[in-house]
Design a protein around this ligand. Structure first.
Ligand code: SF4
Ligand code: ZN
Ligand code: ZN
Length: 317
């Protein structure tokens, strides 16, 4: 017997087991849009007059997110950061550019090598960080700075339910409460120099963003980043997938149970003493020793890379 759509009783094309539901094409797209609308409303992520910047990688999550935000009537521009990971980066950039062109949307393109003098493969393992470590740090830095320079109100990233559950799993295994506080679906701009960051897809599972792209005919990069091997988050995802298989809804209740209790569990520390980085001027943690210079994590990482890579200082602003 064919599955029936929970909303219109038509023939279903997609099952969402954790909600005991199945949907036809149109009702599934409606369901995903509703999850994003709910996420945005619950955490006051963005308003229709806000200028929104979506960090796009060319993968299914970020392109589905950009598409959803445009469909929902947000003023959403895209931001692509080229990481210099060979053919993978070239293809990712092309996919983002095609997406933007087809919709007449604006895509900002930044380039790590051109702006900061290194690519992720060059930086991997040097300066004390793994490729994903230096990549994450570089992305956070460039996204924040690009949003500030462009006068955007909020940066959206495509983290989905699976990503957030895996990160929470890792943070919980280490009881890293500071990291747990930072992984909230919304991080307000608590200081000048910081842009508000939000994750409107935290209620949508990975297979749902993939289905969304397929059903909407969005071309995305299916291959994983070639540097992902050994990434701990991937291992945690696999573990959670096994648990989800045995008990649908595990990830959902793990993540949502945390979010519901988080405010009470964590004293979300906002008292951090922030100041300006002496090198680049971006907001950073003030050093313990008042006599020493405040240098942000990005500039410190870059300084370590300079020792191992032939980085030429690219025109600073
Ligand atoms: S897998 Fe690691 S190196 Fe590749 S894009 Fe993701 S964070 Fe960057
Ligand atoms: Zn339907
Ligand atoms: Zn800095």
């Amino acid at each position: 017997m064919a599955m029936r759509c929970k909303r219109c009783r038509g023939t279903a094309v997609m099952e969402v087991r954790r909600h005991n539901a199945a949907f036809c094409r149109d009702c599934f797209l409606h369901y995903v849009g509703q999850q994003v609308t709910r996420a945005i409303a619950k955490y006051r992520m963005a308003g229709h007059t806000d200028r929104v910047l979506v960090a796009v990688s060319g993968g299914k999550d970020s392109l589905a997110l950009w598409d959803l935000l445009l469909e929902l009537g947000y003023q959403a521009d895209g931001l692509y950061l080229s990481l210099g990971i060979g053919a993978y980066s070239e293809r990712s950039k092309a996919v983002c550019q095609e997406f933007a062109e087809a919709r007449g949307a604006t895509l900002l393109v930044h380039d790590l090598a051109g702006e900061h003098g290194y690519t992720i493969p060059e930086a991997a393992g040097k300066g004390g960080r793994s490729s994903c470590g230096v990549c994450g740090l570089s992305k956070r830095y460039v996204f924040n700075r690009a949003a500030l320079d462009g006068g955007y109100d909020v940066v959206c990233t495509g983290h989905n339910l699976d990503d957030e559950a895996a990160v929470l799993f890792g943070n919980t295994l280490r009881w890293d409460t500071a990291a747990m506080a930072r992984q909230f679906p919304v991080l307000e701009a608590t200081r000048p120099g910081l842009v508000k960051k939000v994750k409107p897809l935290y209620r949508v599972a990975e297979r749902e963003t993939a289905a969304y792209c397929v059903l909407k005919g969005i071309d995305y990069v299916v291959e994983e980043c070639p540097l992902v091997a050994g990434n701990t988050q991937m291992r945690h995802k696999e573990t959670l997938n096994q648990m989800e298989e045995a008990a649908p809804g595990t990830k959902h209740s793990f993540l949502f149970g945390y979010l519901d209790r988080a405010a009470a569990l964590l004293k979300v520390a906002d008292d951090a003493d922030l100041t300006e980085c002496a090198r680049c001027g971006m907001t950073t943690q003030a050093p313990e020793d008042p006599a020493s210079e405040a240098v942000c994590a990005f500039c410190r990482s870059k300084a370590r890379l300079v020792k191992t890579l032939p980085i030429v200082e690219v025109a600073s602003r």
